[in-house]
Each structure stands twice: as C-alpha cells, then as structure tokens.
Design a protein around this ligand. Structure first.
Ligand code: ATP
Ligand code: MG
Length: 183
C-alpha cells in the first residue's frame, strides 16, 4: 500500500480543491510560515480517522472546515481524499478487491463526519482499523507533529509504550481486544 495523492477541499486554509501528489521516495513541502504545511499533515491524519480536536489544533472537530478569510466566505463542509496504490494487494480484507483505493472523509457543519472507501459508505471504525493494521494510522509515529519530539522526551513510560506498540503494528489488535472485553 502506498499513498499517491491527497486532495483537500475546504479543509483549513485549503479552500479550493488542492492536490498533493506523493511520489515514491521523499516528498518535501516548503513554504513561508502559516502557508499550510502542518495543515497538510493534519489532513492526512484526519482522513485516516483522527478524532481528537486537540490533534488538529482545534477546539472542536468542525474547526477543520475553512472558516472564511477577508475575501472568501466560510464553507459548510471540508473533505479530504486519500488515494492509495494497492497493486501489492496488501490492504486488509474488505478493502483489498482493487488495485486502487480511495478513502474519503467529509465533515459537514451540524451533521458530522462520513467516510467512503472506493465510493462505498463505511464506518469511522473501519477506516481506523484499515490504517491501524497497516501501521500507518492517525496516531502513527511515522507522522511527527511540530513540538512532538520534546513531548516524547518528557512522556511517561505508559505513553511511550503506546508509541512503541503503534510502531510494532499491534495497536489494531489491542483495539479489538478492548472491544471484545466490552461485549
Ligand atoms: P509554520 O511554518 O509556522 O509551521 P505552516 O506552514 O505549518 O506554518 P499551518 O499551521 O499549516 O502553517 O497553517 C496555518 C494557517 O492555516 C493559518 O494562516 C491559519 O489561519 C490557517 N487556518 C487554520 N485553520 C483554518 C480554518 N478552519 N479556516 C481557514 N484558515 C485556517
Ligand atoms: Mg507548521
């Protein structure tokens, strides 16, 4: 599974549809302060199911919707689409029937979030599990926020262990065990 394109529409500062093409190898994003570099990484985490407003630097989930600027009115929804090359057929079952996989998350004011995988409605949990099993999830240590390195250094052992478990790719199993215990 390889991410190939991220498309943002009405997400934070990206009011008009904007594509970030992710080529094989390293992709660098450069630009002046406040141009939206961190917003791109947040969009990636968000489409993979991030549900903590604090991780999106907002007070509520709807804060990801373009809030308007001097010349542009606010939007009513935000949408992020993630294109994935699945020609290696490594996507978990249920998502593994095609070479291309497109995951879309949309949030509408006063309605909330909805997810699609290859145009089919899916639940937030399905998307979170898809990426947790692929070890790239919203909480993946592969995505390093600004300021996160110093947080890591100061973290308590339990929090540090969670990061290691995510890196080892077993956090999906923990979530399933937790759900099984609740049943
Ligand atoms: P730095 O180099 O300082 O880290 P950056 O390129 O990472 O900057 P971001 O933090 O991604 O920049 O972008 C911040 C910009 O996004 C700010 O101008 C802020 O006003 C804008 N922004 C954030 N949320 C919204 C929103 N909901 N609607 C409109 N603009 C938003
Ligand atoms: Mg930044």
């Amino acid at each position: 599974m390889r991410f190939t394109k991220l498309r943002l529409t009405g997400f934070k500062s990206f009011v008009d549809p904007t594509d970030l093409i992710i080529h094989q190898g390293l992709t660098g994003v450069v630009g002046p302060n406040g141009c939206g570099k961190s917003n791109l990484l947040e969009a990636l985490r968000w489409v993979m199911g991030e549900n903590r407003p604090s991780a999106m630097r907002g007070g509520g989930m709807e804060d990801v919707i373009f809030a308007g600027s001097g010349t542009r009115p606010a939007r009513n929804f935000a949408e992020v689409s993630l294109h994935i090359d699945n020609s290696d057929r490594l996507a978990p079952s249920g998502f593994n029937d095609q070479d291309q996989l497109e995951v879309i998350r949309r949030i509408t004011r006063d309605v909330g979030s909805a997810y699609k995988a290859n145009a089919k409605d899916v639940r937030a949990r399905d998307i979170q599990m898809l990426f947790a099993d692929a070890s790239t999830g919203a909480h993946s240590p592969a995505l390093v926020r600004q300021g996160q390195i110093s947080e890591l250094i100061n973290a308590k052992p339990k929090a540090r262990r969670r990061i290691l478990e995510e890196a080892a790719g077993i956090s999906g199993l923990y979530q399933r065990r937790h759900e099984a215990e609740l049943k």
